[in-house]
Design a protein. Structure first.
Length: 109
């Protein structure tokens, strides 16, 4: 999937449930540098343009499921709320519509 952002940035997202290669990586690459996950998402590397890649020190992993349960039990706001879920579904529906029609789908902020 290719994502064209306001301001000219371009992003890509790739995923497969049938890939013969067990790979799990995420990356964000820009004009000045890039980030990439390592070790099945447990590590992160950064490289500025023209520089060598170096590991990034990370905080302790965020337990999204545990956070969700805490929110239910304690009645506190959740980071992944209904509005966040709606936005995720809008993107997913646009991806499917684009694949079905072969046309660019535009999302409003």
């Amino acid at each position: 999937m290719v994502l064209n952002f306001e301001g000219g940035a371009v992003g890509t997202h790739e995923g497969s449930q049938v890939s013969p290669v067990p790979v799990y990586e995420r990356a964000a690459i820009g004009t000045e540098g890039g980030l990439q996950t390592t070790d099945w998402g447990n590590g992160l590397c950064y490289a500025a343009r023209g520089q060598k890649t170096a590991p990034v020190e990370l905080d302790a992993p965020f337990d999204l499921r545990g956070h969700f349960l805490d929110c239910i039990e304690e009645g506190i706001p959740c980071v992944a709320d209904v509005e966040w879920g709606r936005k995720v579904m809008c993107v997913a529906e646009a991806v499917l519509a684009s694949a079905r029609t072969g046309q660019v789908q535009h999302l409003m902020p």
